[in-house]
Design a protein around this ligand. Structure first.
Ligand SMILES: Cc1cc2nc3c(=O)[nH]c(=O)nc-3n(C[C@H](O)[C@H](O)[C@H](O)COP(=O)(O)OP(=O)(O)OC[C@H]3O[C@@H](n4cnc5c(N)ncnc54)[C@H](O)[C@@H]3O)c2cc1C
Length: 347
């Protein structure tokens, strides 16, 4: 039989290690490595996991969360000086005056713009500003799928219990409630807009088991679910003609001095010019901070995921919650042997 073509694309040094794996495979087939003891588990966590190895977190020294613990990389940003000098900005020269400013061009931001328009705000009173191109986001990279309890044997209540349990009951209940109740409606919305979720020959959804789920409720579009979801939402956004500013990160929120956000300062990444937006309401949809690479944690997170929203909100007076927690995603294990190749999934 001809040599396996699959191996052809690998560099020489990998072919050598593939040969080694193949040669020693018979020794491993049918045998499971022994279960680790609790002490061994503790040791691995303390050695390798960015949340456990000592020295990775410290108390925040200023602001509303003073004294709360957070990863050093996040604290560095919360404590940093602002990017702009006040005398560089003339707040009397307003460039955009809108009802609603949405910051971030992923699924959350794009949905918010459409829902704002659905609720009666005219398109020319909405503005979406995003750091890179519209759609450059973690959303477009989500692969596994979206959970929605829409089978007869499932319900939002069961989804709620699974999610609370998966979060060790530390989740915010009203947020989980909104998530599980809205999920089936959102699935219908996406389908009505043309999203092509995986279906069987009878046209029914093919639903998969998600981590921590007691029912199959994961809706996928092959392995590009987020891209498909954003495709239909962004098409709808463009068809409606909602204004968008690309390559315009928000660098500061503006307030009335009394804890009310009244707009934002944007920077044009090509010209370095600042733009002032006045808005009756501002929605932050800037995603997470995977790209801060907490303690060097490797990630395929999007380049825009650098905690901007947390810092903007903090500087405007918001109190952050759960500052000590980080979602490391995606996560695959390469060590120790007992869990090699497992995807450590989050609910
Ligand atoms: C590889 C990968 C796979 C995943 N798979 C799944 C999955 O299978 N199922 C699931 O449910 N979840 C999955 N997730 C998580 C999911 O993608 C995110 O939780 C979700 O997409 C977040 O959406 P969002 O709109 O809040 O943020 P994002 O999609 O990250 O969008 C944030 C947007 O804000 C912009 N932005 C950031 N800072 C600024 C600023 N200062 N000014 C203006 N704009 C700014 C960014 O450029 C980006 O456009 C996955 C994540 C990754 C990385």
């Amino acid at each position: 039989m001809a040599e396996l073509k699959l191996v052809g694309g690998y560099p020489e040094y990998m072919r050598e290690s593939i040969k080694l794996v193949e040669k020693t495979r018979p020794k491993r087939v049918g045998k499971l490595p022994p279960q680790m003891t609790m002490e061994e588990r503790e040791e691995v966590l303390n050695l390798c996991h960015p949340d456990y190895a000592p020295g990775g977190k410290r108390p925040i020294s200023i602001g509303q969360n003073k004294g709360d613990i957070a990863p050093n990389e996040v604290v560095d940003l919360l404590e940093a000086y602002p990017l702009i000098e006040p005398d560089e900005i003339d707040l009397n020269r307003v460039d955009y005056d809108v009802d609603i400013l949405i910051i971030g061009g992923g699924l959350a931001g794009t949905s918010a713009a459409l829902l704002a328009n659905d609720s009666g705000i005219p398109v020319d009173r909405i503005l979406l500003a995003t750091k890179l191109r519209h759609g450059d986001s973690n959303s477009i990279m989500a692969q596994g799928g979206t959970q929605a309890a829409d089978r007869p044997e499932d319900s939002p209540v069961i989804h709620y219990v699974d999610t609370m349990g998966g979060g060790h009951f530390a989740n915010k209940p009203d947020v989980v409630k909104a998530l599980v109740e809205d999920a089936p409606k959102v699935m219908k919305w996406l389908c009505d807009l043309g999203a092509m979720f995986d279906r069987d020959e009878n046209g029914n959804f093919v639903e998969l088991s998600g981590g921590g789920a007691s029912r199959k409720r994961m809706h996928a579009c092959r392995d590009y679910t987020g891209m498909e979801e954003l495709r239909v939402l962004r098409d709808e956004f463009r068809n409606r003609g909602i204004p968008v500013l690309e390559y315009y990160p928000v660098v500061e929120l503006l307030t009335d001095g009394d804890n009310r956000v009244t707009g934002a300062i944007l920077v044009n990444l090509e010209t370095d010019e600042y733009k002032i937006v006045r808005a009756k309401a501002v929605i932050l949809a800037t995603g997470g901070f995977g790209r801060l690479h907490i303690r060097g944690f490797p990630t395929t997170n999007h380049y825009g995921a650098t905690a901007d929203g947390l810092v903007l909100a903090y500087r405007a007076g918001a109190k952050l919650r759960d500052t000590d927690t980080v979602q490391y995603h995606p996560t695959g294990a390469v060590y120790p042997q007992q869990i090699v190749g497992l995807l450590l999934i989050t609910v």
